[in-house]
Design a protein around this ligand. Structure first.
Ligand SMILES: *Cc1c(COP(=O)(O)O)cnc(C)c1O
Length: 329
């Protein structure tokens, strides 16, 4: 039986992680509001410690371990930001941490995780390959903390929903990144509990939209991971998905897909108009608004979920270069 994750779990998570993660700002975007004819605000979560919201779930999960589990240490497979958050959270708690990841992960993310004090192991061409090494370490007694499909991770990410409600109680629409779905499951659970009329829109990239394909298939299926500017949204949802597939199916109103060109335009917009450095995955919400793909946004919160982009790549994009990562992979 899988546990049902509730708003109580969200408040418990917030109490646990209080003082260990930042409450990030919500700011109005005049340019996005003007362009969309709506009232668009950005929730600047890319300014979170470690550069993404993943620190919320990781901190909640590490602080929820039993004393015995803490002594064994934690292990995770990650496209980068989860590993970074987990490494930081474990270090803060004095817990050993090993992160396993695939060769597709950019070097800046590998370095970022090492800098947080975790051990890094690089295995295979996909997140699923890295998962096999995780399973081996779990057999040796370490505790696996996955990037999205875990109640403590989802509850940790859901604290973003609590903050969004406090910062804009009368929100009509929330635009949230979607990959494995831990983020949007938690946020949607909290927002819908407060007001079922709040529309929760998931945004992901056209290239390798795993959850989208799975929902169309009616069950978790294999979706190939391919290079994209939104590299933190890569990877499958797991064929044995326990939580996020059902939660996204039941709680998310719509899913919008954005192209590589639209993501690049959003990274540029974020930099030149909003003065924010946001990674591709963190920019897909802005991309959807700019492309006119969010219907009747009204009072709208657009999440910016991460900042961990290679700065040379970022420089090329904001300088107007026509970057095509899909040809480089
Ligand atoms: C992990 C991640 C996401 C997607 O979160 P899921 O819980 O896997 O859906 C979005 N943006 C960034 C920057 C991330 O690191």
């Amino acid at each position: 039986m899988t546990k049902r994750i509730t708003v109580q779990d969200s408040y418990a998570a917030r109490q646990r992680i209080s003082g260990k993660v930042r409450c990030t700002a919500l700011v109005r975007s005049d340019t996005l509001s003007d362009q969309s004819g709506a009232d668009v605000h950005l929730k600047l979560e890319h300014n979170q410690i470690t550069g993404s919201f993943k620190l919320r779930g990781a901190t909640n999960a590490v602080l929820s371990l039993t004393k015995e589990q803490r002594t064994k240490g934690v292990v995770g497979a990650s496209t980068g930001n989860h590993g970074r958050g987990l490494a930081y959270a474990a270090k803060q708690a004095g817990v050993r941490c090993i992160i396993c990841m695939s060769e597709l992960v950019p070097q800046n993310k590998v370095d970022g995780i090492k800098a947080q004090g975790a051990e890094v192991r690089i295995i295979g061409r996909s997140q699923d390959d890295a998962q096999e090494e995780v399973d081996r370490l779990v057999a040796e007694g370490m505790v696996m903390l996955p990037p999205f499909d875990h109640p403590d991770i989802i509850a940790g990410q859901s604290t973003l929903g609590l903050e969004m409600l406090e910062q804009m109680p009368d929100m009509d629409t929330a635009v949230i990144q979607l990959s494995g779905g831990g983020l949007i499951s938690g946020v949607a659970m909290v927002l819908k509990a407060a007001n079922p009329d709040i529309r929760v829109i998931g945004v992901t990239m056209e290239r390798g939209a795993a959850m989208y394909e799975c929902l169309n298939a009616g069950k978790p299926i294999f979706v190939e991971e391919v290079p994209t500017l939104a590299d933190s949204l890569g990877g499958g949802i797991g064929l044995d998905n326990q939580y996020t597939f059902n939660m996204v199916r039941d709680l998310v109103d719509d899913i919008v897909l954005v192209s590589e060109v639209e993501i690049a335009a959003a990274i540029r917009h974020a930099y030149w108009e909003e003065r924010q450095i946001i990674e591709g995955s963190g920019s897909v919400g802005i991309a959807a608004v700019l492309a006119g793909k969010i219907k009747t946004p009204g009072r709208c919160v657009v999440l910016t979920s991460g900042q961990n982009i290679d700065m040379k790549l970022h420089h090329r994009i904001i300088s107007g270069e026509d970057v095509d990562v899909t040809a480089e992979g």
